[in-house]
Design a protein around this ligand. Structure first.
Ligand code: C2E
Ligand code: MG
Ligand code: MG
Ligand code: MG
Length: 287
């Protein structure tokens, strides 16, 4: 029986594999052209300060609009960009674009509005990263304090000593660091104390259930308490409901980000929202 079916299984398996491989190769080929053809763009998702209900920053999120495939989600193309090394060039483009936009916010008078940029593991391991970022800040004229870099736990754990060196170099430049998707990775709390991070971003898989699952609520409460005791700011990701806002407000979460306030939006639209919802700082304030 095993032998008789084995052939079929193997054949199915091979065909499925081929299909996936072909699809992947096509996507890879298309991605190589995406940057030169101008198919990549950034959207910005507002980050709102709970205490003031004002927009104080935005996360830059990469978008790929392919002429035939339509919108390709980042979860599909970023892993390919990462494995092929294309993320190096794409990531640099993202950084430059994001910093240039944040500089525009500042020039428009919205001082102190920060931009958060996601860094992939590949970029983070690049020995030239710190110099590249310094150059981009110089070119765009964005004060380093207005740039926040998001990294995930897995990227840090890979090679902790090297990660610590890179993080400290970025910190010394005045850039802030956020730990993205917190709670989904290894979450070894012991190393958290060693990392020079400024902010914990609590993953959306927690936030989605804080108001409906008592165990998720307990874990999230613990994370918020711990973050505060460690002197870290907190951002809740994926906030969609008023009940979640209420939960987070009661537990003094600093910033919220999610569809409840806004989906990721085009740069021009983000500027419009800043006009009515942007943080107002006294004249002469830093930024
Ligand atoms: P992330 O950094 O955790 O970004 C947050 C993701 O959650 C975004 O998905 C955002 O659109 C989504 N989101 C925000 N609020 C809500 C909400 O209320 N409900 C739901 N259901 N989703 C919400 P997106 O834009 O599809 O990005 C997915 C991931 O792709 C990002 O997760 C990040 O890991 C990666 N990514 C995006 N842009 C870049 C980039 O420029 N560079 C790198 N290396 N990775 C990026
Ligand atoms: Mg992120
Ligand atoms: Mg995240
Ligand atoms: Mg993510």
């Amino acid at each position: 029986r095993a032998k008789g079916m084995g052939g079929n299984h193997a054949q199915f398996y091979t065909e499925a594999l081929n299909e996936r491989t072909v699809e992947r190769l096509n996507l890879e080929k298309a991605l190589r052209l995406a940057l030169v053809n101008g198919e990549l763009s950034l959207q910005f998702q507002p980050q709102v300060e709970m205490a003031s209900s004002r927009i104080v920053g935005a996360e830059a999120l990469l978008r790929w609009q392919h002429p035939e495939l339509g919108m390709v989600p980042p979860d599909r193309f970023i892993p390919i960009a990462e494995e092929t090394g294309m993320i190096g060039e794409i990531g640099q483009w993202v950084l430059r674009q994001a910093c240039a936009c944040a500089r525009q916010w500042r020039d428009a008078g919205y001082v102190g509005i920060r931009v958060s940029v996601n860094l992939s593991g590949y970029q983070f391991r690049d020995v030239d990263l710190v110099e590249q970022i310094a150059e981009i800040l110089h070119e765009t004229g964005l004060p380093s304090a207005l740039l926040d870099l998001e990294i995930t736990e897995s990227v840090v754990i890979d090679d902790l000593p090297a990660a610590l060196r890179t993080m400290w170099r970025l910190k010394l430049m005045g850039i802030t660091l956020s730990l993205d998707d917190f709670g989904t990775g290894y979450s070894s709390l012991s190393y958290l104390r060693q990392l020079p991070i400024d902010t914990l971003k609590i993953d959306r898989s927690f936030i989605g259930h804080v108001a409906s699952d008592t165990r998720v609520a307990a874990i999230t409460t613990a994370i918020l308490t711990m973050a505060r005791d460690l002197g870290l700011a907190t951002v809740a990701e994926g906030v969609e409901l008023a009940t979640q806002i209420e939960f987070l407000q009661q537990r003094h979460c600093d910033l919220v980000q999610g569809y409840y306030f806004s989906r990721p939006i085009a740069h021009a639209l983000f500027m419009q929202r800043l006009a009515t919802e942007g943080q107002i700082l006294p004249a002469g304030a830093p930024g």
